[in-house]
Design a protein around this ligand. Structure first.
Ligand code: G1P
Length: 297
């Protein structure tokens, strides 16, 4: 099934245990890379891909996310009064149209597949995207936009994919490749977090998906999978089992795993260096750090 993709689901219910104690009081999606929260990068990517309806699957303790997307009229008028028009423009660019974001709650942490299933009534009967905000992707053409363009040709389900070192594959959903056409890969199977010796390849699923509504039906019936959770990977794999097309898409761009501390720090450095106003000062500091480290070794 092809068709315009206008809705995206953002599963943001996770507890963020890897970032405790910070995540005791702030959702991890509000943590910043330089000055933009992780969720803002995900929203910007979705908007660039033509998404107009944004569905957040939240949980307890995530109220700060809703507040973040509220407009801030007092702040805006203060900036206006002080003539800080650059900051005002930047701020207003993050404003969302009223009603564009819907929030549903996942009452129990039963897995990514379950989180997406919680959004089923808002998705309805059309293809939709899923963005995992932990996976931040720096790219000239935003990743989801690349996928929407590829998906217009292929239809079916499509997942972002990236080669990972063989010893890391068991941290991901992994694709069993049917035909490798370069950026697009036909898939004949998918396994969530396989044991190292059972991984069908080292082509891993990264957190961007374009899915058919049939995947939601699969989620009605699938059983718990890896980690005792309802897995999105399993619901997509069922499409393959029933002879419907699933593709992997090797995106152009650099992915940062902001669900891990090391990945988050790497992203902070990369995004810091990509800012013209920070590049020189921050770059020299990093050079200094590197030479001190080399000298100490
Ligand atoms: C989720 C998915 C997994 C995918 C990964 C990408 O896992 O279940 O298939 O490879 O995101 O980041 P998680 O990292 O939430 O355990």
């Amino acid at each position: 099934m092809t068709g315009k993709v206008t809705k995206a689901v953002f599963p943001v219910a996770g507890m963020g245990t890897r970032f405790l104690p910070a995540t005791k009081s702030i959702p991890k999606e509000i943590m910043t890379l330089v000055d933009r929260p992780l969720i803002q990068y995900a929203i910007d990517e979705a908007r660039a891909a033509g998404i107009t309806e944004f569905i957040f699957v939240t949980s307890r303790g995530k109220a700060a996310l809703e507040d973040y997307f509220d407009h801030a009229p007092e702040l805006e008028s203060t900036l206006q009064r002080k003539g800080k028009t650059d900051i005002l423009d930047m701020l207003q660019n993050t404003n969302m149209e009223s009603g564009a974001i819907a929030y549903v709650r996942q009452y129990m942490a039963l897995g990514l597949g379950h989180a997406v299933w919680c959004a089923r009534r808002l998705i309805g009967d059309e293809p939709f995207a899923v963005i995992l905000p932990d996976d931040v992707i720096a790219a000239d053409t935003p990743c989801l936009q690349q996928m929407v363009e590829a998906h217009a040709e292929t239809g079916g389900c499509m997942v972002a994919a990236m080669e990972v070192p063989a010893d890391k594959a068991s941290a991901y959903g992994v694709l069993d490749i049917k035909d490798d056409m370069g950026s697009i890969v036909g898939v004949k199977g998918m396994v969530e977090k396989p044991k190292r010796e059972e991984a069908p390849s080292n082509l891993a699923v990264i957190g961007r998906y374009i899915l058919t509504p049939n995947v939601l039906k699969n989620l009605n019936t699938i059983k718990e999978g890896a980690g005792g959770e309802i897995q999105l990977t399993d619901a997509i794999a069922q499409e393959i089992a029933e002879d419907r097309d699933v593709y992997g898409y090797r995106f152009r761009g650099q992915r940062y795993d902001c669900g891990s501390k090391a990945g988050y720090l790497q992203a902070t450095v990369a995004f810091g260096l990509s800012r013209p106003e920070l590049r020189d000062e921050f770059g020299s500091y990093l050079d200094e750090m590197a030479s001190l480290r080399n000298a100490a070794e």
